[in-house]
Structures are given as structure tokens and as C-alpha cells.
Design a protein around this ligand. Structure first.
Ligand code: GLY
Length: 397
């Protein structure tokens, strides 16, 4: 018997390790090791405090990624500019540490001027991540005014013929009126603006945008296109493309995560069951996908051609986990399932494999854009932002 066991154990160990990174069919079995979110958050907050003094404060270099082993920052105009201050606000909320608040204020103020930029749809990311958090935490009116102003600016990009907000202004020779799935993430600021001011126009625009996206962005299998281009005069769909995915018919991983999170938020503010239904369907698409690895950190595209030899996208996993914790609050009959999936993601992201030690980043192995050939398999600040948000949500369950 002993001899039999001595032979069997190495075989089993080999089998488990050789299959750890392989795509596999999902089951709904319980996660055995749920991370202790409070412990992880405490250690991340300590890291963040120590990193504040290690990185230079430069208003043109807001932490975004690591390139050549060094921190790479971007100006406030970049779509990622709000994540580092937003992350500091979230960690301040958890710890009440003055050092985090001071740094959060300093980096937020660098981004404030972007509230007037009507040349982008990314105002939710840039402005609501820092100032939405700042207002929720401190209740100081001055922070609310910043994102209300950004909500007014974002509203100017709405076109009634299309019934959606225009996403991008570039590639005018290819797209007339591009709307991307990411844009679902900028709606929370609009919904919140109506709640705080009573001006229903923000809610109307956000709801119209969500409804149009629901109608045109999804395929039969509930994966979404990245870009849907419209005729701005008639609202007709010109074409359905990708920009950051593998090809026009593939499922770009972060796009699926934006959709899951975005439709969950749209349901929170509208109570419209069709949005909840779509969020559920996206979750099922992700977690029944045969190309999702067993640690539930997806490859950068569910249809990437060389799976399993493709980069993972940790950011997609972090956004998905955070979205799932909220989805579980709305779809309580499936809450256990969503918690198990999200817990598994947090467990994976909190393991050694995904840790980043370059200040101020917590996680490595994200993907900015494979077709664009930037930030492929890199630490990226928005992965950290949604990782911390997901941990905070888990800690409150
Ligand atoms: N919103 C841009 C991206 O997800 O890369």
C-alpha cells in the first residue's frame, strides 16, 4: 500500500501542476481558500504608504505602468489618470491614514482640470474614480462639484439620433460615431449626478446609452464587440469592430469585464431587469468559457490564437471580481456562485505569481493592448484600482 502511495503522489502532483495554467471547464464548486481581504488590504495600504515617498511627485507623470523596469507616468489627459488618486482614496477609506489622504488629494488635484475636456468620453474613469471616492469618503462639497462639472461636460457628447455618448474622436476615416463597451463605465457618474442634483438629464442620457449598448454590442453568445460605429444622422449601425481585441469577432477580455461591471451599475440606478439579465449573461459567458484558465485570470482575449501561450490580463480579472461582488447583491439567488468566482479571482491575484514589487504597483501581468503593442504583460494601475475595490467589497460581505 505504502509503495502504491509513494508512486501515486508524484503522479498526482505532476498532473496538478501541469494543469494549473490550462484552460478548463468551470465548475461551481466552493472556493476552499478565501483570502482574508482585511489582511491583504492592510498590507497593501502599508505598501502604498511606503511607496508614496519612493515615487517622485510630478504632475505630468501620474503612475500608470512599468517600462524597462521603471515607473512610467502619464499626464492628466490620459484615460488612466484618475486611478492612482482613486486607489489612494480607497486605501485611505480603509485605514484612515493621513499620509494616504494627503497623497490622494495631491494627485487628485492634478487631474481636476480634465473635468472641462469635452474631447473624451473617459471622464468617468478620470474624474469619478478620484472625486467620486473623495466625495463618498469626506462628504466635502468641493469634490462633488468637480464630478458634477465633468458630468455636464460628458453630456455634451450625447447624440439623440444614436441615443448614445460618442466614445472616441480619432480614426475618423474608419468610424463616424464609435461607441465602445468601455463607455458603460462612465455612466455611474451621470446616474449619480441626477441623484445628487435632481436634474434628470444625466440619468436619461446614461439610461439611453446603456439601452443602445445592450441592443447593439452583444453577440448571440453574450460576448460583446469592442466598438460599434453608428451613422450619427440616422443612428444606424455602420459596423462592429475591435480595437484592442484579437479580431472583430473575438471576445476581448477587458471588454467583457467592463460590460459585466457596467450593466451591474446600470441596474443599480435604474432597477431595469434587462440590465441585470445582461450582467448575469456576461458572467456566464466568462465563467463557462473553455479558454478561462483554472485560476480565473483570463488571457487578454478569450479567442487569442495561441492559448495557452498568450499573456494573461490581470486587469480584466480584477474588474470582473469587483463587478461580481456587486452583482451578488442584486441577484441574491446566485450570490454564492458569484462570490465563489470572485473569491477565486482574489485568491489568485493575491498569490505570488501576480505580485509586483515595483512602486507603486501591486499586480503584474496585465495587458494594455496587444494590437497596439503597448503594456503587454505589464503592471497597470487600473488593475490595482479594481483589485483594491474588489477587496473592499469582499471585506464588507
Ligand atoms: N478604456 C480603455 C481600455 O480598457 O483599455
Amino acid at each position: 500500500m505504502k509503495v502504491f502511495l509513494y508512486c501515486l503522489i508524484p503522479i498526482l502532483l505532476f498532473y496538478c501542476s501541469s494543469h494549473a495554467d490550462q484552460p478548463s471547464k468551470r465548475t461551481e464548486s466552493k472556493t476552499d481558500n478565501v483570502v482574508n481581504a482585511e489582511e491583504v488590504l492592510s498590507s497593501l495600504a502599508k505598501r502604498a504608504i511606503s511607496d508614496i515617498s519612493k515615487i517622485e511627485f510630478d504632475s505630468t507623470k501620474i503612475p500608470r505602468t512599468v517600462e524597462g523596469g521603471k515607473l512610467k507616468g502619464t499626464p492628466s489627459k490620459s484615460w488612466t489618470s484618475g486611478f492612482y488618486p482613486g486607489l489612494l482614496w480607497q486605501l485611505y477609506d480603509f485605514t484612515n491614514e493621513a499620509a494616504l489622504k494627503n497623497a490622494a488629494i495631491k494627485w487628485s488635484m492634478v487631474v481636476e482640470k480634465e473635468k472641462m475636456d469635452n474631447g473624451t468620453h473617459d471622464l468617468g474613469f478620470k474624474i469619478y474614480c478620484p472625486f467620486g471616492n473623495a466625495y463618498k469618503i469626506t462628504k466635502e462639497e468641493k469634490y462633488k462639484e468637480v464630478f458634477l462639472s465633468a458630468a455636464s461636460t460628458l453630456s455634451t457628447r450625447y447624440n439623440q439620433n444614436v441615443a448614445a455618448i460618442r466614445s472616441w474622436d480619432f480614426n475618423k476615416d474608419v468610424w463616424q460615431y464609435p461607441v465602445i463597451i468601455d463607455n458603460m463605465m462612465n455612466l455611474e457618474m451621470l446616474f449619480e449626478a441626477t441623484k445628487l442634483t435632481g436634474d434628470s438629464s444625466f440619468h436619461y442620457i446614461a439610461n439611453q446609452h446603456a439601452s443602445t449598448t445592450l441592443k447593439n454590442h452583444f453577440r448571440k453568445d453574450n460576448s460583446s464587440y469592442h466598438v460599434v460605429d453608428y451613422n450619427p444622422n440616422t443612428g444606424e449601425v455602420n459596423n462592429k469592430h475591435t480595437h484592442q481585441g484579437f479580431n472583430h469577432e473575438s471576445a476581448w477580455s477587458r471588454g467583457q469585464a467592463w460590460g459585466l461591471y457596467g450593466f451591474t451599475v446600470a441596474y443599480r440606478y435604474t432597477n431595469d431587469k434587462k440590465y441585470l439579465q445582461q450582467a448575469r449573461k456576461i458572467a456566464d459567458f466568462i465563467f463557462t468559457n473553455e479558454n478561462l484558465p483554472s485560476d480565473m485570470v483570463p488571457y487578454w482575449d478569450y479567442n487569442a490564437p495561441n492559448i495557452p501561450d498568450e499573456p494573461r490580463d490581470v486587469s480584466a480579472a480584477a474588474i470582473t471580481a469587483s463587478g461580481l461582488y456587486e452583482l451578488a447583491t442584486h441577484d441574491t439567488s446566485s450570490a454564492d456562485k458569484y462570490h465563489n468566482w470572485a473569491n477565486k479571482i482574489l485568491q489568485s491575484l493575491s498569490s505570488k505569481k501576480y505580485k509586483c514589487s515595483t512602486p507603486p504597483f501591486f499586480l503584474q501581468h496585465s495587458v494594455g493592448s496587444v494590437p497596439g503593442e503597448f503594456e503587454v504583460d505589464a503592471p497597470i494601475i487600473y488593475a490595482d484600482y479594481y483589485y483594491v475595490e474588489a477587496l473592499l467589497r469582499q471585506s464588507k460581505i
